[in-house]
Design a protein around this ligand. Structure first.
Ligand code: MEV
Length: 438
């Protein structure tokens, strides 16, 4: 059957659902029913979600959980986390509780500079281009004033624009490299609008610049776009306590634990295969908060991993040390986040998540996100270097299997009791369920 279609986007949602169901499903009625089951009964909410993207056919749920007891810079918070992976929220809550009695988390925003670039081709005398840029630089600021006026009122705007000669990388390749302060917005629209205006001014001014030859006047703008690599928009999160204070049920000897923990971090610092998984654990926390607060997790992911490789080799984002009997564990990550604009005022659950965080500024949100990442990393490393990761994972996994087999309450209790003493594996649980159902 020909599964191509023209004018799909023009169909109504109902028609789209029907078409998809008939084309791809052996039981189209069931597919339609399932898709419609996930529509929100509140038409206003549904319409909102329909309009976030094109060709919406239904909603895709992932759980929104919360991790309470996060003591950050002396203040308690409950952190919202949107994530599907079992045990992530549990691990965050556990780490939060652990550190709440050991001084809590300290978080600091180091800087907040965003970046955007106009990439262009110029064929000619480079000294003339430098002269030209010096002459039009002020005009680049002036001609973006209508875009920057509101941002300036909030204390932000364009910080600087420089001309970069990139001809050592590609023939005739130059760029306008601009830096921005976007206060509480992530700033993508603001930055891109400024850049497109820079590009226009650049071309127009080059056209009229008397010192340029005809070829030199013909600057070709390739593209104008923000960079998601923001190495000067960085937040640091840290925990510390004496090695003795690390002791608890699974940690009989604080010093031994701290040393093993530090070795685990050092392995991630020197070994990219481990570093990727180590950082993935950090991203479990980071992404969950970024998503719950309506921020662009793809941008955050891309930027953070580039930062992890900034010294030419992919490495750990977190670090750890013992000094004078004090164990310290910290991370630094770049985060371009917003608490105004974008989804933040549109998605009802994003608004709710932000209110739960007491309507943070972008800087405060950077701190929450970094702390969630550090907590997650601490939880993972603590498990990995003590009991192993599977114990906690399998507990949650057990729950998922129980749900999958629609166990009754009494079956659930029997299963949980049995697997307190026995090792959880999918087949062991299924066999046990079958046995009790005989
Ligand atoms: C699983 O989602 C994350 C971990 O693999 C992280 C790590 O290994 O540090 C547990």
């Amino acid at each position: 059957m020909n599964k191509a279609i023209s004018g799909f986007s023009k169909l109504s949602k109902e028609e789209k659902v029907e078409w998809i169901a008939n084309q791809y499903f052996s039981t189209p009625t069931e597919a339609v029913l399932l898709l419609k089951n996930y529509w929100n009964s509140d038409e206003k909410i549904q319409k909102l979600h329909d309009e976030f993207i094109e060709n919406t056919i239904t909603n895709f749920y992932i759980p929104l959980g919360v991790a309470p007891n996060f003591l950050i810079n002396g203040k308690y918070s409950t952190i919202p986390m949107a994530i599907e992976e079992s045990s992530v929220v549990a691990a965050a809550s556990k780490a939060a509780k652990f550190w709440s009695t050991r001084g809590g988390f300290k978080a600091t925003v180091i800087n907040t500079e965003k970046i955007g670039q106009v990439h262009f081709i110029y064929k000619g005398d480079i000294s003339k281009l430098n002269l030209f840029f010096a002459q039009i630089k002020n005009k680049l600021f002036l001609e973006t004033e209508s875009i920057t006026v509101n941002m300036q009122k909030r204390g932000g705007g364009i910080l600087d624009i420089i001309l970069n000669d990139k001809t050592n990388l590609l023939p005739n390749y130059f760029q306008l490299h601009a830096t921005f302060e976007t206060i509480d917005s992530m700033g993508a629209n603001f930055i891109n609008s400024c850049l497109e205006q820079f590009a226009k001014t650049l071309k127009d001014e080059a056209h009229d610049y008397e010192l340029f030859t005809e070829t030199e006047k013909d600057i070709e703008v390739i593209m104008s776009i923000l960079s998601n690599y923001v190495p000067n928009c960085v937040v640091r999160a840290e925990v510390s306590c004496t090695v003795a204070e690390l002791e608890e049920k699974h940690i009989p000897n604080g010093e031994e634990f701290a040393k093993k923990f530090i070795q685990a971090v050092q392995i991630a610092e020197v070994e990219p295969f481990r570093a990727v998984t180590h950082n993935k654990g950090i991203m479990n926390g980071v992404d969950a908060v970024v998503l719950a607060t309506g921020n662009d997790f793809r941008a955050v992911e891309a930027g953070i991993h580039a930062y992890a490789a900034r010294n030419g080799k992919y490495s750990s984002l977190s670090h750890s040390k013992i000094e004078n009997g004090i164990f310290t564990f910290w991370l630094e990550i770049p985060l371009a986040l917003g608490t105004v604009g974008g989804l933040t005022s549109l998605h009802p659950l994003v608004k709710l998540s932000l209110e739960m965080l007491e309507n943070p500024s972008a800087k405060e949100l950077m701190q929450f996100v970094a702390v969630a990442g550090l907590a997650q990393n601490f939880g993972a490393l603590r498990s990995l270097t003590t009991t192993g990761i599977q114990e906690g994972h399998m507990k949650m996994h057990l729950n998922n299997i129980i749900n999958q087999y629609e166990a009754t309450e009494s079956e659930r209790l029997l299963i949980q009791k049995h697997f307190k003493k026995n090792t959880v594996s999918h087949s062991a649980v299924v066999t046990f369920i079958e046995e009790i159902r005989k």
